[in-house]
Design a protein around this ligand. Structure first.
Ligand code: PLP
Length: 376
């Protein structure tokens, strides 16, 4: 009988430590706004190297609060990349701002820093770089532009927990930075995110905005500003505390899996692996993405991989070609040709820290067979 196996696309890494801390929370009366969120915030701020951290309900809400803190309003522009998860541009729309896309570097798939400055106008308020797939953007040059043009920088580090550029952790460069902890990220709180900043005013604003616009010293039913419920609960925070204690282990496991993939895939014709910028001192592997040769039919590759029990995903569809961006802004194919060419060829393979070497071997063998069939 044919071997039936299915490799998961991703999976969380949960141990007795996470279970014990979550259990501990469940034995207290504090399921929200208790001591766990504060412990999580202290640990995260110290890990990233920022003064303050504000935990929030997810990465998207964190990005929204940063865009609001940066003072973005109707008519204001924020420069960002079209090659990302849709939330990294949606957060600008929430405040009525306009995302101004800059095409990407075809090697690192990050925003092309050389092309940022030509997009700066009198309405530009901020740059919102995304460290895509866990690879840091060129933050030295990007921060220099921001300083010269007096722009705020909001790092979307939702895919890059623990990544380092020239020995410095991502999230420590911008005015604010956001990490996300959905179950497929490097560490998880189930749903959750965190904002880090050195600016005490931003920090106070985040704490108020996430908590219905309440003031630090106000009463429960006193609302100073239009706020939201973007709080992170104590159970999620407990997961975060435990995962952050294990962060080196989590990142190392993922790095090992990525290494197994790279070793094998570099020998397969028709498959290109990701280039890592020489100034990246630590890649934090979020997903393992390959680029297929342009002549290969990606949908067929995906379909046939699926039949082998190997799921894969076309990460990402360019944001400017999402239906409501086309409707609202009139974007069309060809507007960001590098992003579009890359997005047609990328394929995310099963990837998480718990993947075994023989499973990686199986995925690579399947990919080689599927591609061989198409080429032949
Ligand atoms: C995951 C992710 C987010 C949003 O995180 P959520 O927690 O799912 O809201 C934002 N930007 C990027 C690039 C992401 O990958």
């Amino acid at each position: 009988m044919k071997e039936l196996r299915r490799i998961p696309l991703s999976g969380p890494d949960i141990t007795d430590l996470e279970i014990a801390l979550v259990n501990r929370v469940l034995r207290t009366p504090y399921l929200s706004m208790g001591p766990m969120i504060e412990e999580f915030e202290r640990a995260a701020a110290s890990f990233i190297g920022k003064k303050y951290a504000a935990a929030v309900s997810n990465g998207t809400s964190g990005l929204h609060l940063c865009v609001e803190a940066a003072g973005v309003g109707p008519g204001d522009e924020v420069i960002t990349t079209p090659f990302s998860f849709v939330a990294s541009a949606n957060c600008i729309l929430y405040e009525g701002g306009t995302p101004v896309f800059v095409d990407i570097d075809p090697e690192t798939l990050n925003i092309d820093v050389d092309r940022i400055e030509e997009k700066v106008t009198s309405r530009t308020k901020a740059i919102l770089p995304v460290h895509i797939f866990g690879q840091p953007c060129q933050m030295d040059r990007l921060m220099a532009i921001a300083q010269r043009r007096r722009l705020r920088v909001i790092e979307d580090a939702c895919e890059a927990m623990g990544a380092e550029f020239e020995g410095r952790r991502v999230g420590s460069f911008g005015d604010g930075a956001v990490f996300a902890f959905y179950p497929n990220k490097q560490m998880t709180t189930a749903e959750g995110g965190i904002i880090v900043t050195d600016d005490v005013e931003w920090f106070k604003l985040f704490r108020s905005l996430r908590n219905q616009g309440r003031d630090e010293n106000g009463t429960w039913l006193h609302h100073t500003r239009l706020g939201y419920n973007y709080r992170l609960d104590e159970i999620s925070s407990a997961l975060g505390v435990a995962q952050l204690q294990r962060i080196d282990e989590l990142l190392n496991k993922r790095e090992a899996v990525a290494g197994w993939y790279t070793d094998r895939l570099e020998q397969i014709e028709g498959v290109e692996t990701l280039r890592i910028d020489s100034k990246v001192s630590r890649m934090s592997w979020f997903v393992y993405v390959v680029m297929l040769s342009p002549e290969l039919d990606r949908n067929r590759v995906m379909g046939e991989l699926e039949e082998c029990g190997v799921p894969s995903r076309p990460y990402f569809t360019p944001i400017h070609l999402q239906p409501f961006y086309i409707d609202r802004f009139g974007f069309k194919p060809g507007d960001f040709p590098i992003t579009e060419a890359v997005a047609r060829r990328t394929l995310a393979l099963p990837f998480y820290g718990g993947l075994k070497e023989e499973e990686v071997e199986f995925v690579c063998r399947s990919l080689r067979a599927v591609i061989g069939r198409q080429c032949g």
